[in-house]
Each structure stands twice: as C-alpha cells, then as structure tokens.
Write a protein that binds this ligand. Structure first.
Ligand SMILES: Cc1cc2nc3c(=O)[nH]c(=O)nc-3n(C[C@H](O)[C@H](O)[C@H](O)COP(=O)(O)O)c2cc1C
Length: 394
C-alpha cells in the first residue's frame, strides 16, 4: 500500500462539501493576536501553512465571543466585534483558498479566564473555585479567581455572544464554527457535575447540565444558513483536571451527544485532553467517539495522540471516528499530511516549542535552533513560523 492510499487520505463528505482527506488541525491557542484581539498577518501565514500542507480542515484556536467576560488570555484573538471579524477575513480566505475547510472555534473561558475582563467579572455556572492553577503557556500564574454565578441576564448575553460571533465568522468567510464545550471552559463547566451547582433548569442531572450548550447550538443554528457547519467540541478531562470522567459513564455520554445532535450540530469533536486515543481504543469500553457516531449518526472527530499514522488509520477503519484532529503534531509539522503521503520525515513535537509560552514567535524561535537537531540530511522543512519560510535540516 502506498502511503497516500492510507484511509486517513480518503475523501469525506461534510454537509455537502467534499473534504480532500480525513485530517483536521486541532484548535490550538497561540496567544499571538494584537492586544485588542485582532488576527495578524503572521497568524494568516501560520494558518495558511496548514492548508498548504494538505489538511482537509483547519480549525482555528479558541476565539472569544463577546467583550464582557469571555476572553481567556492576553493576546487571544476575538470575534466579538466587527474589527476583529475583519481581521479574520484574510485568514479564512487563505485557508479556503488553499483547499481546506475553514472552521473557527468559538470559546468562552468562563471560570478559567486568566485575565482581568473589561467588566472585572469572571463568570461561571456557579461560584466554585476552579481546580489547578493558571497556565503559564498562556501567560497565567497562580490560582484561578473565584467566579461569580451567572445570572439570567448573563445567560442570555453569553448565548447572544455565541450567536453574533458565529454570524461574524460566517461573514468573515469561514465555512463553519466549532463551539468549544470541552476542556474545562465555560460550557464544559455547565456540563461538569462539580462546577455546576445550579438549582435552576441548567443544573442537576446530566440532561439539565447539557441544556445550556444545546440551547446555544440551537440558537446559532437558527441564525446561520443551513450549509454553515456547526461543530461542538466535547471532552471528559479538562486542562485543570485531567482525571475527570463523566460520573454517569457511557449513559451520560449518550445523553450529551443526543442533545447536541438534536440541537442541530453537524459534527462532534472529542478532545483528547489528558489522554491519548490509543488509550481510548484499548480500553474495555468502546471509545466515546464510536458511541457518539452510533447514537447521533453525525460525523465524529477523534483527537489525542493520533500522530502515529497507523493508529489514525485504525481509528478510521475500525469505525471509531470519521475524522482525525492533530494538535501538537500539526504544530511541529504544519505540512504533516503531505509529508506522510510522500513518506517524508516529520518534526517531532517538543514541549519547548510552546514554552515559556505558546506564541507563534516562540515556536519560530525554537525552529531557528532546529538545524542543530539530528534529522535526515538535506530535507527542507517549511514551518511557516519564521518570516523565512523554509529551513534546511542537517
Ligand atoms: C498549544 C496548544 C493550544 C491548545 N489550545 C486549544 C484551544 O484553543 N482549544 C481547544 O479546544 N483545544 C486546545 N488545545 C488542545 C488540542 O486541540 C488537542 O486536544 C490536544 O493537543 C491533544 O491532541 P494532540 O495529541 O493531537 O496534540 C491546545 C493544545 C495545545 C498543544
């Protein structure tokens, strides 16, 4: 079998569009926007590199939805106003122009906001001190702040923020949005038992805890054309709690997936935060991605340690998922699909690429020192991060 005939390179139909392969770039916060949340030229070049590198879908980093309390990090991009939307138009056009599906991830950080909001408020379903500490990669340190429980007007305002952000993303040229309900951020705080202590219709049993996310999906669905893709990202684990698993197990998963499908989601993306997909498929239970496929019939994206092409193929072939999202592997090798298809070597991810922070500049600096790393001779690595667009690797 030639490398290019791997299952991950087969086409896939998503909402009437043919994707050239099953590979997506996972959303990755790069804290590289301007102080007022505008996407930059450098970000455009960074995103275009993935599309040029052959990914069927490029999902942007988590982008904040409103100007009140949604922003998580300094230098995080937003789509909360028209200027920010305008700054994204060249990014969407670069991705689409290179033949990839352009999806913007919409994110409200909730209690995991690491910065002082314009309103000075940190909001969450309930006033519960988040576990863990702020992440230095995104410019934070020390404990998270104690959030305020969202009022009825907060609920309406945040929901409206997602709706308006999705419409702006549409007008900026994106093919769709991915609603971030994973990894411990606002919507996941609603879904998670210990961060949601509400006694209204949004708290209590799992079907109440998924209600707010489902309402947002339905509200966005109503406000965009039918061919505009709406994905939802879900996870059990969180950036600040790798060990959380849904207390109700697979039954809780079924409830969540069904509610999202009924609300009008077009795909489900299971984030692999805290565990790899190999662990998922080798466990006693069927992977949650397979469960999501079965109960919803929707396309499902698997993620988490899927940079081994054989494992990624197995996830597709075994019916565990329809699409594969790569995070760190894509960050280290933006043209991963082309390289794998051609049998060329890839650059292994190194944590130093996102340390001391996850900015594009920092990764660029890492690549500046890369030629000293052992690597097959004579290979030119195009990484997109530095202004010079190629590196000769010794
Ligand atoms: C630098 C970095 C930034 C990330 N930012 C986001 C984000 O904005 N939204 C999100 O849903 N996940 C984010 N993630 C998680 C990734 O999308 C992905 O789930 C995780 O890296 C596991 O996949 P991998 O094994 O392919 O890297 C981020 C990961 C990294 C490494």
């Amino acid at each position: 079998m030639s490398e290019s005939s791997r299952p991950i390179f087969s086409e896939f139909e998503l909402l009437g569009r043919t994707l050239r392969n099953r590979l997506a770039v996972a959303p990755m916060s790069r804290v590289s926007a301007t102080d007022d949340g505008l996407a930059t030229n450098r970000m455009m070049r960074y995103y275009r590199e993935f599309a040029d590198g052959g990914f069927g879908i490029v999902i942007t980093e988590g982008t904040y939805t409103d100007e009140n309390a949604s922003q998580g990090y300094d230098r995080q991009p937003g789509i909360a106003n028209q200027r920010q939307a305008n700054s994204w138009a060249p990014v969407a056009s670069a991705i689409a122009g290179a033949g990839s599906l352009a999806i913007m991830q919409l994110m409200h950080a909730g209690a995991l906001s690491q910065r002082q909001s314009r309103t000075g408020r940190v909001i969450a379903p309930s006033s519960v001190q988040p576990r863990g500490e702020m992440m230095p990669e995104y410019g934070g340190s020390g404990p998270y702040r104690l959030p305020m429980a969202m009022t009825a007007s907060d609920l309406a305002q945040v929901r409206e923020g997602f709706v308006a952000a999705a419409s702006r993303a549409k007008r900026a040229g994106f093919h769709g949005v991915e609603i971030h309900a994973a990894n411990g951020y606002l919507l996941d705080q609603f879904i998670t038992e210990y961060t949601n202590l509400r006694d209204d219709e949004y708290g209590g049993c799992p079907s109440a805890r998924i209600r707010y996310t489902a309402e947002i999906v339905a509200a966005v669905r109503k406000s965009v054309p039918v061919d505009f893709v709406i994905g939802v990202r879900i996870s059990e684990a969180k950036v600040n709690d790798f060990n959380y698993r849904w207390p109700g197990g697979a039954a809780e998963g079924e409830m969540i997936f069904t509610a999202l499908a009924e609300a009008g989601a077009n795909y489900i993306h299971m984030a692999g935060e805290g565990r790899g997909f190999r662990e998922s498929i080798s466990g006693k239970q069927e992977p949650l991605t397979a469960l999501a496929r079965q109960v919803t019939g929707l396309p499902v994206i698997a993620n988490g340690g899927l940079h081994d092409p054989d494992l990624a193929d197995a996830a597709i072939q075994g019916g565990h998922a329809d699409l594969i999202a790569l995070g760190r592997a894509a960050l280290a090798t933006p043209d991963w699909p082309l390289r794998i298809a051609n049998g060329d070597p890839v650059v292994p991810f190194d944590h130093e690429m996102i340390f001391p922070n996850a900015s594009i500049e920092n990764t660029s600096a890492w690549f500046d020192g890369y030629s000293s790393f052992p690597h097959p001779a004579g290979k030119r690595i195009s990484v997109g991060y530095p202004l010079s667009n190629s590196h000769v690797v010794q």
